[in-house]
Design a protein around this ligand. Sequence first.
Ligand SMILES: Nc1nc2c(c(=O)[nH]1)N[C@H]1C(S)=C(S)[C@@H](COP(=O)(O)O)O[C@H]1N2
Ligand SMILES: [Mo]
Length: 371
Amino acid sequence: MLFKSKKQLLIMVFTLIFIFSGCSGSEVPSSDVSQEGSSSLEEYIIMKGLGEEEISISVEEIKGLQAISKEVTSISSTGEENTFQATGALLEDVLKQRSFNQKDLMGLRIVAGDGYSIEVPKEIVGNRDIILAYEMNGAPLDEQSRPLRVVIPDERAMYWVGNLETIEILEKIEKSEIHKLLFIEALGEIADVEDYIYYDSIDKAIKIQDLLKSFGEESTSKTVYIKAVDGLEKNETLPIFQEGYIKVTGADVPAFLSPNMPKGMYVKHILYFSYDTTAWVAYEKAQEKLGTLNLEDREGISVEELLKEIGLHEGEAYIFTAIDGYAVEVDASDLGEGIIYLDEKGRLNTYFKGLPKNTSIKDLLSVEVKK
Ligand SMILES: Nc1nc2c(c(=O)[nH]1)N[C@H]1C(S)=C(S)[C@@H](COP(=O)(O)O)O[C@H]1N2
Ligand SMILES: [Mo]
């Protein structure tokens, strides 16, 4: 209603400008102006993956669906709960009108106008209400959250995407088997390290693009899986991941971040991240998670437990490689008697009880399944 009269007003104004300027159309940037005009007049969101083409759904349409108003609780990254009264429509109803069922979806990627983006996994999509809220606590959304905020009751606030722009229905995500793990601690010695300003300190970080390049890896997977030591799991798109950094010194390390990325997308205290058949593991976080084992006078993490934690593909033998290229093969049956430990100089080493001394690797870089 308001729309219509504003639109009419705009048309009127342009008509008048056109008439009074008395000039040819080329001098009037009418197409640009009217595009700008209509996008601010009519709010809409995009849905991808429901068919061949993406569709746009107006916020008006969503407001026309059965409204629900519900007390909803979000969970912060520290476990703190916050309760709101959310009013909106159910994503399920939007989907049903297009002959889709929410519980059948393999996951969603939600993208906001401010660049924030997150994948909602199948377990959540299949079990929770997803509300496209246009009111919170009885008031219209604030400027930051308009036109809609995704509300997923009883889930972490990181899924409550405001300033909603696009909802993409995901295909099944193929999770490939891990064949090789490398240590994030070794990264600083093999890739270029840059200064990275993090709040009040200047830390060191590695550009992920350089990292992937220096390993000559052209990733074929579209997503990167990141797991933090507190149990947080995230899939990030490869294009977003490649634009970021792995910060390796200072607070919260290892951390995935970028100065150009909303802070809510940062992942702190990474246990490991993986793409294709490669996983990068933080030794220190693995130690936090798995605890240590004493073998003679050395204290470190069990090789067997580490490989199990990361889900390294099982094989008859594994190849341990040092930063300088030195490599040793160890039989699977000997892994139970092996540890990886940090020495006084901060190097990662291996020690296998009962095996020849050549299996004691200094400056370990990677462990790989023998093919
Ligand atoms: N558009 C957009 N939505 C977002 C974010 C963001 O940066 N942009 N951050 C998310 C994260 S990580 C959290 S914890 C909550 C924070 O919500 P609040 O700012 O309302 O407290 O919003 C989520 N939704
Ligand atoms: Mo967050």
